[in-house]
Design a protein around this ligand. Structure first.
Ligand code: H79
Length: 468
C-alpha cells in the first residue's frame, strides 16, 4: 500500500490518493462550523415539556441582550467559583450544618465569629484575572441560609449578624467592575434556616425548626432577595441556582422567579443546578463535578445535555467551602486537563476556591491558579472564543475550533502517530502551537494521520493547530 506523504504549508492542498479531492468538502465544513456556533445561542423555548409543577410552564424567548450575553459566556471559557460564608469559620465545608446536625440555635452563634478583616476584593479579582478567568460566581446565600450581602428582607446576613458589618458582595461587585470581570451570584433555593421552608425536603432535618411554615412566604422571601441582588449590585452576569433537588416535587414557582430576573436584567443568564435537562427560562446549563454528559457523580445519573451554553464546575481539592482537613489538591496538570476537556466538550470551566474565614485565599490555591494562568497566557488562543471542535472528545484529548482554525489538544497519547478523523477540506497550514514547528500530516487515503516527532509531546497539552 502506497502512503502519500505531504507537508502542510501555506496554500498547500491535501488531496487523498487518486480520485477523491478533499477540497470539495471545504464548504460543508465551514457550514458546519458556523452552524455549530449558532446552535448554542438559540432559544431554549419550549423544547422540554415540564416534568412536573416544579418546572416552568411559560414559553421563553430570550432578549437580544441575553443572546449576546450567552455568546460572551461561551467565549469566556473560564471562571472562578467562590464558596464563602460563615461556615468557613468551622473549616469543615459548606454542608457542615447538615452533616454535623447543628441546630439553628447553635449555628446562629457562628456569624458573630465571622470577621474577615483581611478580605481584599481587589486581590481576589486580580487573582481570578491572573488565572485567566473572565468571571466570578460567588455564593450570595448557601444552603445554610446566611446571606453575605446586605439584605433588607432578612437580618440573617453579614451586615446585621457579624462584627464585620460590610456588604461583601457590594465590595466585590465594585472591584469586578473596576477590573473588568463579570460577576454571577450563586443562590441556594434550599434553605436550612428559614422557618417557611416547609415541608422540609431531603436534607436539613436537624435544624430544629417547628413543623409548620408557609411555602409561598418562603418563595416570596427568595424572590425578595433576588430582587435585591438584581437591583443593588449593578449589572450582573447572572444567577446560578442550586438546591432545587432538595424538593423536586415542590412548586418552586420558577416561571415567576425567572421572569423577575429577566425583567430586571434581561442580559442576566439563569442557570439551575437541578441536574436535569434545562427548563424553559434558563440560559445556560451547568454540570457539577462532571464534564457535560458525564455521569460519574451520583446526582448526575439523570442529567441530559440540552441546547444551551454549558459550564462544568469542579473543586481544587474535594471541598467547596473552606475545609481545613482537605489537602487532596489536584495537580496543575489535572486542573488544566479539566479546563481543556471542558472546552472540547463545548463547555466553560468554573473552578472553585473556598476562602478562609480571614478573607484570604489559601496559598495552595493561589499557586495553582497562577500556574493555570501562565498556561492560558501562552495557549489561550486555543481555548478562549472557541467551541467544541469537529472531533468529539476522545480518551486521548479533545478538539476546539475558532474561525478557520481547528485545535487538537493531545493530552494523553504515547505513540508517534495519531489519526485525525473528521477533517475535510484544504489544510492551509499545520503546526504545533507549543513549538511553532510545522507538523507532518500523512494522508493514508483512508484518513489523515498526524506524525508526532520524538520530543514534541508536551507534558500538559500537545496542541496541533490546523488552519483551514
Ligand atoms: O455548592 C456546592 C455544593 O454544596 C452543592 N453544589 C455545589 C456547587 C451540592 N449540594 N449537594 N451536592 C452538591 C451533592 C449532594 C447531593 C445529595 Fe442528594 C443531597 C445527596 C443526597 C442529598 C440530591 C438529593 C441527590 C440525592 C438527593
Amino acid at each position: 500500500m502506497i502512503i502519500q506523504r505531504r507537508r502542510a504549508g501555506c496554500g498547500d492542498r491535501f488531496m487523498s490518493s487518486g480520485r477523491r479531492r478533499v477540497t470539495f468538502l471545504t464548504l460543508p465544513l465551514f457550514l458546519l462550523l458556523s452552524l455549530r456556533s449558532q446552535i448554542a445561542v438559540q432559544a431554549q423555548a419550549d423544547s422540554n415539556p415540564p416534568a412536573s409543577q416544579s418546572t416552568v410552564n411559560t414559553a421563553y424567548t430570550p432578549s437580544p441582550a441575553n443572546l449576546a450575553a450567552r455568546k460572551w459566556f461561551q467565549d469566556a471559557k473560564s471562571g472562578m467559583f467562590i464558596h464563602w460564608g460563615v461556615y468557613s469559620v468551622l473549616g469543615e465545608g459548606e454542608w457542615v450544618m447538615n452533616n454535623k446536625g447543628i441546630p439553628i440555635s447553635e449555628y446562629e452563634k457562628i456569624p458573630p465569629q465571622f470577621n474577615p478583616t483581611e478580605f481584599n476584593p481587589a486581590e481576589w479579582v486580580a487573582l481570578a484575572k491572573a488565572a485567566g478567568m473572565k468571571y466570578i460566581t460567588i455564593t450570595s446565600k448557601h444552603h445554610d441560609g446566611f446571606a453575605i450581602f446586605d439584605s433588607k428582607v432578612s437580618d440573617y446576613d453579614v451586615v446585621d449578624r457579624t462584627p464585620y458589618k460590610k456588604d461583601i458582595l457590594k465590595m466585590l461587585a465594585e472591584e469586578c467592575r473596576k477590573q473588568g470581570i463579570k460577576l454571577f451570584f450563586y443562590h441556594s433555593q434550599l434553605d436550612w434556616h428559614h422557618p417557611d421552608y416547609f415541608p422540609l425536603g431531603r436534607t436539613g432535618h436537624s435544624s430544629g425548626r417547628p413543623a409548620q411554615g408557609e411555602w409561598t412566604r418562603y418563595l416570596d422571601y427568595m424572590d425578595g432577595q433576588l430582587r435585591e441582588l438584581l437591583t443593588n449590585y449593578g449589572q450582573i452576569g447572572g444567577i446560578w441556582f442550586d438546591g432545587w433537588w432538595d424538593k423536586p416535587d415542590a412548586d418552586w414557582r420558577l416561571d415567576k422567579t425567572y421572569k423577575l430576573i429577566h425583567d430586571l436584567q434581561p442580559q442576566a443568564l439563569i442557570g439551575n443546578n437541578h441536574h436535569r435537562k434545562p427548563f424553559p427560562g434558563e440560559d445556560f446549563q451547568m454540570f457539577e463535578k462532571d464534564l457535560p454528559g458525564g455521569k460519574t457523580a451520583e446526582f448526575n445519573r439523570d442529567t441530559e445535555i440540552g441546547d444551551l451554553p454549558l459550564e462544568t464546575c469542579e473543586t481544587i481539592n474535594k471541598s467547596w467551602g473552606y475545609n481545613k482537613n482537605d489537602s487532596s489538591y489536584k495537580s496543575d496538570k489535572e486542573l488544566l486537563h479539566y479546563l481543556i476537556r471542558a472546552a472540547g466538550h463545548n463547555a466553560n470551566f468554573l473552578l472553585n476556591v473556598g476562602p478562609l474565614p480571614t478573607g484570604k485565599i489559601q496559598p495552595e490555591f493561589v499557586t495553582q491558579l497562577r500556574a493555570m494562568g501562565q498556561w492560558m497566557t501562552k495557549y489561550g488562543d486555543s481555548i478562549y472564543g472557541t467551541r467544541g471542535g469537529p472531533v468529539a472528545p476522545r480518551p486521548w484529548g479533545v478538539t476546539t475550533q475558532k474561525g478557520n482554525k481547528i485545535y487538537f489538544h493531545i493530552l494523553d497519547w504515547q505513540d508517534s502517530l495519531l489519526p485525525l478523523p473528521n477533517i475535510h477540506g484544504i489544510i492551509r497550514s499545520a503546526r504545533f502551537l507549543n513549538t511553532g514547528r510545522k507538523a507532518d500530516i500523512i494522508d493514508t487515503g483512508q484518513g489523515l494521520v498526524l506524525s508526532i516527532p520524538a520530543g514534541t509531546i508536551d507534558p500538559v497539552d500537545t496542541i496541533l493547530v490546523l488552519e483551514m
